[in-house]
Design a protein around this ligand. Structure first.
Ligand code: SF4
Length: 332
């Protein structure tokens, strides 16, 4: 899975670096000055690297916690996001990371304590007001857990601040450490979902929808709060039947009171990024679908977008209260 490991010299003695290197004892690390030397190099081939990614262990020096866009949220007035990692084990057709970064290598920022300090500072500045912190914007929050120990580290921190909600966004069925811990009420495990046969074509390398539903069903039974993320909504033949069947399946299996929130997001790409995506995936049916430029974005036309959101919202309202439904049109 990992081709080679690179480590920034400054953190070679960091305890998290040492324990990660122990897991990859067969690889001799290569020491570098700054992750950007590799990661930001021009003319890299994202698609080739995706098959043989390197792992780069680095220290994040700024931008640890960032403001989420205005129309991005799941109920709280204050919303931030943070990225302890760039890139993802999976390879979804619509993933904007491939259009954003020139490299498919994994960058893991090991200085979690600095993220932690910044998160706590934001919480304190808000003096008890409700705030959500989104992880999993530049990666999958759970897929790399066995190597990163990210969730293991951050859950106890959030546990101390009940007014701050942590969203873990994932397609992973990797459930450690959640299965071994008592659930905390200010953490939502948010699964990205779409009809199974669409995911089979688009969510390369990610667990099937059936496996994801099984995983969320299990965590819900253990008492964790679950988020359902239908983002992006994918248009195509029989989409109404496919989404109806998906919702029915989920709510047959998952207790409604374990649902924290449901979000819908239209398929959307920044215009410039879209050009890169098409270059990287010239055969993608999704990217050659009925998309159009609207403002600064490439999306389905407004009619399709509205029809999909309205249809899905009306169906989901049969299962969960309207107050738990959100539409995310925001880009970061
Ligand atoms: S799971 Fe998310 S971050 Fe990972 S490749 Fe798919 S869209 Fe990108």
């Amino acid at each position: 899975m990992i081709n080679q490991i690179f480590v920034e010299k400054e953190i070679e003695n960091h305890h998290r670096v040492k324990s990660i290197l122990e897991r990859f004892a067969s690889l001799s690390p290569i020491y570098i000055d700054h992750y950007g030397e590799l990661f930001n190099k021009k003319n890299q081939n994202f698609r080739v690297q995706k098959s043989f990614p390197n792992l780069i262990l680095a220290k994040k020096n700024d931008g640890h916690v960032l403001q989420a866009p205005k129309n991005f949220g799941i109920g709280d007035a204050y919303n931030f996001y943070f990225s302890h990692m760039y890139n993802c084990l999976y390879d979804c057709d619509y993933c904007f990371l491939q259009g954003m970064y020139s490299s498919a290598d994994f960058v893991l920022f090991v200085n979690y304590e600095k993220f932690e300090d910044e998160i706590i500072e934001k919480i304190k500045q808000l003096e008890g007001r409700k705030v959500t912190f989104f992880s999993g914007y530049d990666c999958d929050s759970l897929a790399f857990e066995k190597i990163s120990g990210f969730v293991e580290h951050f859950l106890p921190i959030f546990e101390k601040f009940p007014n701050a909600l942590l969203e873990l966004r994932t397609k992973s069925i990797q459930q450690e450490p959640l299965v071994f811990k008592a659930p905390i009420q200010n953490c939502v495990i948010a699964y990205s979902l779409m009809p199974g046969n669409i995911a089979k074509q688009l969510d390369r390398k990610a667990p099937s929808i059936e496996k994801r539903i099984k995983a969320l069903e299990y965590l819900a039974k253990k008492g964790w709060q679950i988020g359902l993320r239908f983002d992006p909504l994918i248009y195509g033949k029989d989409w109404k039947v496919l989404y109806s069947d998906l919702f029915e399946d989920i709510f047959k299996r998952v207790a409604k009171d374990s649902i924290h929130s449901v979000t819908f997001g239209p398929l959307r790409f920044p215009k410039e990024m879209f050009k890169n995506l098409v270059k990287l995936n010239p055969e993608s049916k999704l990217l050659s679908g009925p998309l159009t430029i609207r403002g600064t974005k490439m999306t389905y036309n407004a009619e399709i977008e509205l029809e999909m959101i309205n249809f899905c919202e009306n169906l989901i309202k049969l299962y969960v209260p309207e107050a738990l439904l959100f539409t995310c049109r925001g880009d970061f």
